[in-house]
Design a protein around this ligand. Structure first.
Ligand code: GLN
Length: 234
């Protein structure tokens, strides 16, 4: 039986707005295809071993301070994992720490681990609300979620957006970009949680991690939730 190993990074610190639902979605969508799934919760001080997918959720500035310090000890290993093609998904605060740094309103710069060529600075306005995105990564070419952040993220070099917002603010509320991708590292500001309402993106991550196409599932309910947000008039 095929096996999939998922590392859930610092769930006791970065896991707001139901972001843990992303791990549950990846786990169940693999199990429904008779794939054996192991989910390891990684907490501060743990030694991280090789996994197929690494997930980190969002959180408040305070929790990001602790995770920023902890991630510096994991930077070398996680960079090696990125470069061998492992899949990463970071949501909001976790996404910010996949970049070079996050400069909050108050206090010191929080160092990231530069898996993405990106940086974040706190803005004066909090972006809160639904987000819809046009993307060329998956078909259908839409993604939906919910944002709640003051951080403004800017991408550089070969790190590209996962798409452009049609509703909401995305990375910084000015360049229309949302999220980021470099190699198989993905970040997004979309909470919700993100993957249950974007099953096509969940399967894209699973296929990257497993290295094979997966059979389709009956996503009638998931697609109803997705389309309800796409058709909602804002
Ligand atoms: N504290 C960060 C910000 O406000 C991230 C918030 C979050 O993860 N929702 O931008």
């Amino acid at each position: 039986m095929k096996q999939l190993k998922i590392a859930h990074l610092y769930p006791k610190l970065l896991n707001i707005y139901g972001d843990g639902g992303n791990v549950l979605t990846l786990k169940m969508r693999a199990k429904w295809r008779n794939i054996d799934v192991i989910v390891d919760e990684i907490n501060p001080g743990d030694v991280i071993k090789e996994h197929d997918i690494y997930f980190i959720g969002g959180g408040q500035d305070l929790q990001q301070i602790e995770v920023s310090k902890e991630l510096q000890f994991q930077k070398k290993f996680l960079t090696q994992e990125r470069d061998r093609g492992a899949v990463f998904l970071g949501i909001c605060g976790g996404y910010q720490l996949f970049g070079h740094y996050y400069q909050p309103h108050n206090g010191d710069k929080l160092m990231g681990i530069s898996l993405l060529d990106a940086y974040t600075v706190a803005g004066n306005k909090r972006f809160i609300g639904n987000v819809t995105v046009q993307t060329d990564i998956v078909e259908p070419n839409t993604l939906v979620g919910f944002e709640n952040h003051s951080g403004l993220t800017y991408l550089k070099g070969d790190t590209k957006p996962i798409g452009n917002v049609t509703t909401g603010n995305g990375n910084n509320g000015t360049d229309k970009s949302e999220g980021a991708r470099y190699k198989n590292v993905f970040g997004t500001y979309m909470h919700g949680s993100f993957l249950p309402k974007n099953p096509h993106f969940a399967d894209y991550l699973l296929e990257l991690a497993l290295g094979e196409k997966l059979e389709n599932l009956n996503d009638k309910i998931e697609n109803c939730a997705h389309n309800a947000l796409i058709s909602k008039k804002y």
